[in-house]
Design a protein. Structure first.
Length: 246
């Protein structure tokens, strides 16, 4: 923890000590005294400095981890998380949005293959159930941190996509370069708890809150050209919507 960060405890207060510690660290993060990426002392040192028990410090840190302000990294320690990615709800790709905001996007392609389409997705894409579609699964990073797991289904032969292309360019950019003219999308945003597999990919605990986005994109002829089902770390990501009175 930075040397100039002071934590004043009121031991006569009914407010639990762990909560006092957590709130003062959170306030230091909000003020910028603890910038993104800065490390905290380990629990033993913090407990010794503040004259508190190690379980009390552990509870305070876990509270801030659950709020998305701190992250534990194996071999590194406890750090202030990088600033949350804020994204406007528009017909744009996450890759392009991150690049425009200077968030250093990176992509790991986990799957790129034809797959038998399930009945519900077949109906969305307007193909016969049991036929093949192109399935993509990607892990998206921002500023070196895992941010989202992206699942997409596309009609076969819509565009010639390679793993190399998808690691260096956004899906929508690649589709547009292939002549696909995307015009409109239906989108649904929700939330749920992370599965064990998602938690492992996103460096979160199982059950951590995730934002979900399901989107179907149509071209200028009204044909479905892409269906996506994505999950995002709620601690690192938010969506912004501008509302206009009609």
């Amino acid at each position: 923890m930075t040397a100039n960060l002071a934590i004043d405890l009121d031991r006569s207060s009914p407010v639990p000590l762990y909560f006092q510690v957590a709130e003062q660290i959170a306030e230091a993060i909000r003020r910028g005294d603890l910038p993104p990426g800065s490390r905290l002392d380990n629990e033993i040192l913090l407990a010794d400095k503040l004259g508190l028990s190690r379980p009390t410090i552990r509870q305070a840190i876990q509270y801030l981890v659950d709020k998305g302000l701190l992250v534990r990294k194996r071999g590194v320690g406890t750090q202030v998380v990088h600033g949350q990615v804020k994204r406007s709800v528009e017909l744009t790709s996450l890759y392009d949005d991150l690049r425009r905001s200077g968030q250093e996007p990176a992509t790991q392609v986990l799957a790129l293959e034809p797959r038998l389409v399930e009945e519900d997705i077949a109906a969305i894409l307007g193909v016969e159930a049991g036929s093949d579609v192109l399935y993509l699964e990607r892990l998206r990073f921002a500023a070196g941190e895992p941010l989202a797991v992206l699942h997409n289904w596309l009609p076969l032969n819509l565009a010639a996509l390679t793993a190399t292309d998808l690691e260096t360019r956004g899906l929508y950019e690649l589709l547009r370069a292939s002549g696909v003219r995307m015009r409109v999308a239906n989108q649904r945003i929700g939330a749920r708890a992370a599965t064990q597999a998602e938690a492992r990919l996103l460096d979160e605990r199982r059950g951590a809150p995730l934002l979900t986005m399901i989107r179907t994109t149509y071209d200028d002829q009204g044909r479905a050209v892409e269906h996506g089902s994505h999950v995002y770390r709620a601690s690192h990501y938010s969506l912004e919507v501008t509302l206009i009175e009609r």
